[in-house]
Structures are given as structure tokens and as C-alpha cells.
Write a protein that binds this ligand. Sequence first.
Ligand code: GLN
Length: 546
Amino acid sequence: MTKYVFVTGGVVSSLGKGITAASLGRLLRSRGLRVVNQKLDPYINVDPGTMNPFQHGEVFVTDDGGETDLDLGHYERFTGEALRRGSNVTAGSIYLSVIQKERRGDYLGDTVQVIPHITNEIKSRIRKLGGEEIDVVITEVGGTVGDIESLPFLEAIRQFGNDVGRSEVQYVHVTLVPFIASSDELKTKPTQHSVAELRSHGIHPDVIVVRSDRAIDDNVRRKISLFCDVAPKAVIAAPDADDIYEVPLVLNRGGLDAVICERLGLTTGPADLSKWEEMVKKTRSATEKVSIGIVGKYVDLPDAYLSVVESLRHAAAALGRQLDLRWVPSEEMTGLLAASYLEGIDGIVVPGGFGSRGVEGKIAAIRYARENGVPFLGLCLGLQCAVIEIARAELGYADANSTEFDPTTSHPVIDLMESQHGVADMGGTMRLGRYPAKLDEGSKVRSLYGQEVVYERHRHRWEVNNRYRRDLESVGVRLSGLSPDDNLVEFIELIDHPFFVATQAHPEFQSRPDVPHPLFVGLVRAAIQRPAPSDAEIDVEQLTRE
Ligand code: GLN
């Protein structure tokens, strides 16, 4: 029977509750258990799809096209499991379905209330993830205990324990123990208050994960155990780690998975973390750097490109390098300025995006990469900008553009599918989720993936306009990946360039720390191999002397 672990947070937000839930997923998986992670988000948006990445960070896309909270990205990267949209539940989606049921008359005239209607809906979303094939569902409750918005969720998970039996459920509370410099002490009071608050909602935590900026001693542990009424071995220290991927190892050393398995009656061997440990060690020992620039408009909120950054880190670590990430603000960068922003950077990524802001800067960056042989990887909008750049510079279509940015362009090289075919086959709506592509024999992407058919996740409306395919090919663009029906351009690359590859998809959603994504490995490898500009100068000098 499926067991359930609930992860709540207290004291402050941004404690790393998501990383804790993801790490627990990794640990249980490493014990051979079948695990699924879930996030309950207290906000009223129905899904994060329409939320501003400036405020909320990236929208993570699942195989089945769910537009979800970025914590799902952590879950997937840590556990290696592809999740489905049911792994992200927002308050908005709960209310929406309750109200729809009410409108349909499903409640037969009952007064519809938070308890039981909203709480029942929440519980059914949690239960839906369990089943024959799943040993443990790990559900993280977003927000902090004490938030108004979190109340129905806390009530639902409290009831859940009674519904399935208290022995089938573990409540894990993540808190902060701050260090107060003036008294040279770690303070447990905020944790005590936060647990008291949780208990006032009827939830008695079984395990407390203690975040701190340094190791906690036995005294602190005893105090928390005593005041919060949890066993000393269930007070798990989680001091700051240098790297998020170390957190599973830290929590394992602290005994988190052991205590949870014991309490839930899950008999397994110890977690086999040897491969994970190796990966972490490799990341830590890398000293030589490789610099990659991300050209985007959300550079002030790096979480907006979280999966891209993680993918680059995975690839760099696998190649024994430390990632030297450079944020390049696309809005400030116009044509002539590109060189000054990009000089000395080993490789360039142009990630996805919506709207025209910063697009010209991205195009300028791509021109710089193309003309100077700098390794380039374009992701979704990055591919579209590459096509626009090439159409303008190589085909002489001066006003070439996407109809997203210029609906009246005389060369709509990127366009909506419906206007290409006169039929609304995409309905102007987003292409979301996992789609296959066939890769061209002998192309760079084919050799990187080592496979003919690959599956990547999508989130976009516009496509390469098929009317321009032949034009593009005539100037050295290889359409190296197409949809199985040949109708959509999925990958492009330049034949005459060390590494100029772009995809209409978002490969960043499938990179894992222990299984880096081939496109990112390709980019970073090319960036490492790129001769430093100073070397090139020396070569030129030598040549002139000879
Ligand atoms: N705005 C572009 C489109 O909708 C690209 C989207 C993206 O980069 N995810 O097609």
C-alpha cells in the first residue's frame, strides 16, 4: 500500500523545502522504493503557465504538457523520474474544479465549503498519485505554516493522516535555526514557535529537518526534541551545503531516510548512493573553468532560467569543469554592443522567452556567435532568433522576423502554424509537452544524441515557416531534426561552424545531474575546445613570422 510523506516549512520561506523533498525522493529511490513527488501550491493561479517568470521563476513543463512550479524540476533532477501534471496542484486548480462541480450540480444543492469540499478535493489529488505501482508519495506544501493561503492544505493533510491511518503517514517539518552572532548561539525558539503553530492545526510533526548555516550540536538537537516533542533521532541536521546535489548525502548522513522508512514500516536495504556521491565529488573537484553566457531578459532573476542553468552545470561537471556563468542582459545589448558583452565568453546560450523585449539583443548575440565561431545553443525562442538572424544577414531579408514580434513583416520566417497552412491545426494554442523528432543521419545532433528518434518537451506557439526551408538550406543551414511527419522544424545547425545548434524544444527539462543532456554536453565540450582568443593571436603572429 502506498505511504505518504508530507513536507511543510516554517519560520521563513526559501528554506530549501523543495530541495529537501527532492532529496528525500532521491534517498527513497536509492533504497529501491518507487516514489513520486508532488507540490501543493497555495496561490490562486490555476497553473503557473501564465505567471511572470520575474516573480515566480521558470515554468517547468512535464511530459504530458503540464505547466508547473519549478520545484518539479528539482524533483525530476533529484529522483530521475519524469512527473506528470498531477504532481503540481495549486489552490486555484482546486477551487476551479470545486466550482465547476458546483455549477454542474454535482453537490446536489449542498452548501459548498472549505471543509469538506475544498479539503476533499485536495485529498483526492494527493490520493490520485498513490496506487499499486507507488510505494511513497512525497507531498510538499508550498508556503510557510501560518500563511492564510496554506490553511486548507494543512487541514487536508491533517485529515489525510486519519483517513489512511496515522502509521501510513509521516509529517516532516523543515525549519530554520538561526545563528545569533552577538550571543554566539544557535537559536531554537523560532522552530519551537513554528512547530507550535503546526500543532495548533492538529499536525504533530514526526521529523524536523533543521536548516542552519553551520553544524548543530547535541544540545540544540536535544532542545528541539524536548520542546517540539519529536525523538532526538528524528531531528535531522541540514546545514548549508556547497552544492544542492550534496543535500541528499547530508540528509542521509543525518538519518532522514532511515527514520522515515522505519516509521512507515518500509523494509529496504540502505540507500545506494555510490553513483550520486561520485557525481558530487566530480563536481566539487573541478577547478578549471568554462564560461557560458546566457543571453536573456530575466537575468536579474536567475530562477527564470533554472533548468537551463542546471543543465549547464550538469554538462560542465561531467566534463570536469566548473561552470563560470555569465548573465548577458539582452535588453541592453544592441548590435554593436554585442561584442563588448560577449568577448571572451567560451559559449553562448539563447534560452526561451515570450514577447519582443530583448529579442534584438538575442539576435545580435547570435550574429556574434555565428560570425566569430563561438559555440552557440538556441532553445525554443533561441532557435527562432537564429532563423531570423540568418534570414536577415545571409538571405538579405532585412525585415525578417517572427510574426510574434512583427505581424506585418514581409518575411515571416517564424509564424503560427495556422497561417502557414490555412488550417487551424495548432489552433494558435501552445504546443506543450513531449513530442518526437527524427534526426538527420550525419548531423551534429544525431551524433550527440546517438539516436534517430528523440523526445523533447515543448512550450511554444510559433514555428519555423516551412516556406523558407529551402532558402535557409541554401545558406548552409541544416534542418537536422524534423517532426515525424516532416511538417515541423525541430532542430537546426550550421554546417560551417564549430557548434551552432538550436532546437524548437526545451531540452533543459530533461537534463539530470547524473545524466547530463547531450546538447548541453555538446555545447560545453565545444566551448572547452574553443581556442582562447590569445592563443589565436599567437598563432597569427607565428604565421606572419614564418
Ligand atoms: N515565444 C515563442 C513562441 O511562442 C517561443 C516560446 C519559448 O521560447 N518557449 O513560439
